[in-house]
Design a protein around this ligand. Sequence first.
Ligand code: SF4
Length: 317
Amino acid sequence: MSVKVGIPRGMYFYKYYPFIQSFLTELGAEIVPSPETTKEILDKGVLYSIDDACLPVKILHGHVYSLKDKVDCILIPRLTSVSKGEYICPKFGGLPEMVKYSVPDLPPVIDTEINLIKNRNSLIKALYKMAFTLKFRNPISINKSINKALKVHKEFKTALHEGNTPDCIIGGIPKRQCKTNARIGLIGHPYLLYDNFASMSLIKKLRERGVEVITPDMLDQHMINELCMELSKRMFWSSGKSLIGSALFVMDNSSFNGMLALTAFGCGVDSLAGEYIEKQARRYYKKPYMVLNIDEHTGDASFNTRIEAFFDLIHMS
Ligand code: SF4
């Protein structure tokens, strides 16, 4: 019988699920993703995580709780670096421990470290390690699975660049072609933007108003890197770079009618990148810009009011 690996629908999920799903399925594992975030999942996450964790970390705890009795093990990789010379938010590195010591009665947690700070070859070593931990030891099969996963990841990125969102690609929902009457840049972390519960379906609400939404994941990484070269100091946080580079692109591009940022209360990266973006926007950006900061207490009514206000600004500008 194949090993059942639980994949929590949070944090790394919206960037790497197709890759990891393809890799582990090809090896012979059965993949069990947790369901879409719900109020119950969030409540469990709040209950079992530390008080001052950011919202995405709390949500991830809830997803782990929802999987714990359904699988043989849960995959929470220790993401230290996903790009050469850059680090990811330290909360990703500490995530396996946070979860192991907070959520009771867990099956084994697969916490293989992914650290590409020096070079990308360490990814191959890490995937071998993950496969061995799951008792898949045939190098030919591991190599085949890695190649398949890399191909799937490339296709996933192409689909993102075509304007699809990860939740739709993963769920097999085709992109709807509809007439758009505005184009906005929506800046934020993928696990906030595409988690429809956490984001209160922000992308859906914008699209229902005929807005074309461009998120950081839809932009070319080389272009983001180039735009961030103009910063006075090198940005070595991958997520901060993605937020700032995307915001600079939107602000430089006259085809956008405005920019929204969705940020998480308690996020250090957001407060740093947000401060910089806000300063630049105040100085140079002549179009509407609004920050929507959310936590587990944010209500739909106040959120919708702010979106209405943003649209009023767009119509007035
Ligand atoms: S970047 Fe911010 S939102 Fe993401 S895990 Fe780190 S603190 Fe949380």
